[in-house]
Write a protein that binds this ligand. Structure first.
Ligand code: GP9
Ligand code: MN
Length: 419
């Protein structure tokens, strides 16, 4: 009920309150187009790594050098995979403990980034080469406030330009451009790639820009090839954005949506990484790349520990928008006082000092990578359980429908008083 919402608002406001005033990047991208790129199944371990002496992600590596590159950034997704990542990013709420919120709670009331940006003069759109009903996107996108969804029906999809789930990433970006060019600026445009999807298939020599690995585990071995192909598609996309003249008026947020290599492939992964995959390494493998590229702004490697849950406040702050009294569980990644902290959907927690692996209830010291007594992580586990429970209450109870003006006023007042 609305009392639950008040309790949750108090919790999120106290989290935000700890961070004090706006970070130094607040408003730095005001009025710019925003391009979000969902990098399918892309884990951070491929970044800056070589295989057979060759970079796996040459373009992303260069781009990261010229961007804010977050190397301690985690996905917070559950069974809803790509759709959970989208949900986390647009709402700063967690996906559900089981199932996909996109399918189970698509008619809830939300206060998603596309809606907020629309109120600020933005045009929210999505580009994706799959059927519009996959993950119930056609329904959920309307709920979240997207005005247009370019899906499979709008693309020219043939046997030659498809593999696995459908349209390959390079033709996807090529065909998206004329559609993007017709769109009103400033836009909030999400591009969802698809080629680097399990079981990682190429069907053409041109897609094989790197030799497979040789662990003997086929999907792990081919993963490097489809990641390499994806990297090439992003290179192409940036080239096209420069050619159409929109590059300099746009900020780019590229993120890996979730892991690509599951625990079933630990044997091969330990060969790739050269170490055993204990619960500690398993949690660390949930890192995905986050690259925030702002043309004209010098980049920097960012080591803060964060996750997809933090992208909504981060993006809104870059645009100079402050959503007071919104239920956001994340915090602005650029904020100076933010805690190094992220919660995985299974209840694991990562901070600057510790890794708590929910699987097996294990606690690790991050600097030594050694297991330490579980007690040390107990407060982290407690905070994670509480926060996940709050977020689940918001979704299951459709609590944002109580976010009326009265509720907002009340929270405003409490926030003032707590200062
Ligand atoms: C399908 C694509 C993949 O449209 O987004 O979804 P996933 O299986 O990764 O959740
Ligand atoms: Mn995915």
């Amino acid at each position: 009920d609305s009392n639950e919402l008040t309790e949750i608002l108090n919790y999120v406001n106290s989290q935000q309150g700890k961070m004090g005033v706006h970070g130094k990047y607040f408003g730095k991208a005001k009025g710019k187009n925003v391009v979000l790129v969902s990098l399918e199944s892309t884990q951070n371990f491929v970044m800056d790594r070589k295989l057979h002496g060759q970079e796996i992600t040459p373009f992303l590596n260069d781009l990261a050098d010229d961007s804010f590159y977050f190397d301690n950034f985690y996905h917070n997704t559950g069974q809803g995979k790509t759709s959970d990542a989208e949900f986390l990013i647009d709402n700063s709420l967690y996906g559900l403990p089981r199932g996909a919120v996109y399918t189970t709670n698509a008619s809830n009331e939300y206060n998603a980034t596309p809606e907020i940006l629309k109120d600020n003069g933005y045009n929210p759109i999505v580009f994706h080469g799959n059927h519009d009903s996959f993950w119930n996107r056609d329904v959920m996108y309307q709920t979240l406030g997207y005005d247009k969804f370019y899906s499979k029906e709008e693309y020219h999809v043939t046997d030659e330009n498809s593999v696995n789930y459908g349209l390959k990433d390079i033709p996807f970006f090529e065909q998206s451009m004329p559609m993007l060019n017709k769109e009103k600026q400033p836009y909030y445009a999400k591009f969802i790639t698809m080629t680097n999807h399990y079981p990682y298939i190429t069907n053409n020599k041109n897609m094989e820009m790197i030799e497979p690995a040789n662990t003997g585990d086929g999907s792990v071995d081919r993963y490097f090839q489809t990641v390499r192909y994806e990297d090439e598609s992003i290179k192409k996309f940036f080239k096209l954005m420069k050619e159409n003249g929109q590059y300099k008026d746009t900020i780019f947020v590229l993120y890996g949506d979730h892991y690509g290599i599951s625990e079933n492939h630990n044997r091969a992964m330990s060969e790739i990484l050269g170490k055993d995959i204990r619960p500690f390494e398993h949690v660390q493998l949930q890192k995905v790349p986050l690259i925030i590229h702002i043309p004209g702004m010098k980049g920097k490697d960012m080591h803060t520990v964060g996750g997809e849950i933090d992208l909504k406040p981060t993006i809104l702050h870059l645009l100079g928008i402050d959503e007071k009294n919104d239920v956001q569980f994340g915090t602005d990644l650029f904020s100076k006082n933010r805690e190094d902290f992220t919660i995985l959907r299974d209840g694991s927690v990562v901070t600057d000092k510790y890794v708590y692996a929910a699987e097996g209830n294990k606690c690790y010291d991050k600097s030594t990578e050694k297991e330490i007594e579980a007690e040390t992580c107990a407060p982290l586990k407690e905070k994670a359980d509480k926060e996940l429970d709050y977020s689940d209450k918001v979704v299951y109870g459709d609590l944002l429908r109580f976010m009326d003006s009265e509720q907002k006023e009340k929270a405003d007042k409490e926030k003032e008083e707590s200062k």
